[in-house]
Ligand binder design. Structure first.
Ligand SMILES: Nc1ncnc2c1ncn2[C@@H]1O[C@H](COP(=O)(O)OP(=O)(O)OP(=O)(O)O)[C@@H](O)[C@H]1O
Length: 249
């Protein structure tokens, strides 16, 4: 059973379709990159999958259930591109931010137990941020904040994690580290990942599957297949003049 099944989805905000007849499946354990130029409908597709936008045409199933009936939202973690925008005055430590990912489990205003604190320490360690646990979140760099937000999502043990351009504003060196964390989550923790990104050149040798979207789905397959596409095939995927080539080309 695929974890996500998108069938014939079309969507428009006003007159024009921004998604047209998009169908794709995400198997359990996959690491899928959704790539496409600016304004190609990537975030819209995510919002439909996350239930933020209402389906106009087509169907989506999550964990085998039609999205309308789906209630297990705690199985899904989400990290948005705007996560790393805390100002330096924000009054919460790294530890507190990650602990807030357990609010549903602990219950609002209840006192966290030892096991909860242990979980926070464990996930902070896994993203390499344990030594920052008492620092104020607003005093960290964008890349460090982003890792803390990943940890906050991880702490509730999601089965699927969706990341919308998480590396925007993160420098190249930290981007590499960031992808290593994602690989660890996918391979060691067995979390299915969906990553929306512009950064095709960096991701295609790290992910298992690639979906190229530009209103319609132009390619959906495994990453090896994608890496073997020639230039002509790639430009027919993206349209001429769109600079989104894999580094193998
Ligand atoms: N709330 C909205 N109301 C009207 N139009 C919208 C809205 N959100 C997005 N759009 C339009 O829908 C199209 C697809 O937008 P979307 O955000 O899904 O693209 P994207 O691929 O995520 O883009 P980017 O890579 O720039 O983040 C764009 O033309 C955008 O202007």
């Amino acid at each position: 059973m695929p974890i996500i099944k998108v069938e014939d989805i079309s969507y428009k905000y006003s007159k024009d379709l921004v998604l047209e007849d998009v169908s794709l499946q995400v198997p359990q354990g996959a690491f899928l990159a959704i790539v496409g130029p600016n304004g190609s409908g990537k975030s819209t597709l995510l919002k439909l999958i996350l239930g933020v936008l209402k389906i106009q045409k087509g169907n989506i199933e999550l964990f085998g259930q039609p999205i309308r009936q789906f209630k297990d939202w705690q199985k899904i973690g989400f990290v948005s591109q705007k996560a790393n925008s805390f100002n330096s005055g924000f009054p919460a430590t790294v530890f507190e931010v990650v602990l807030s990912g357990l609010t549903k489990k602990i219950g609002l205003f209840k006192i966290p137990r030892k096991e909860h604190k242990k979980k926070v320490v464990k996930v902070l360690e896994s993203v390499g941020m344990l030594s920052f646990k008492d620092r104020n979140i607003g005093e960290l760099s964008g890349g460090q904040q982003q890792r803390v937000f990943i940890a906050r999502s991880l702490v509730s043990e999601p089965e699927l994690m969706i990341l919308d351009e998480p590396t925007v504003g993160v420098d190249q060196k930290n981007v590499q580290q960031f992808y290593e964390i994602l690989e660890m989550m996918n391979k060691q923790l067995g979390i299915t990942l969906i990553l929306v990104t512009h950064d095709v050149a960096t991701v295609t040798d790290k992910v298992t599957h690639v979906a190229c979207i530009n209103k319609t789905l132009h390619f959906h397959g495994d990453a090896c297949e994608y890496n073997e596409l020639n230039e002509e095939e790639l430009s027919s995927i993206y349209g001429h003049g769109v600079q989104l080539l894999s580094h193998n080309h």
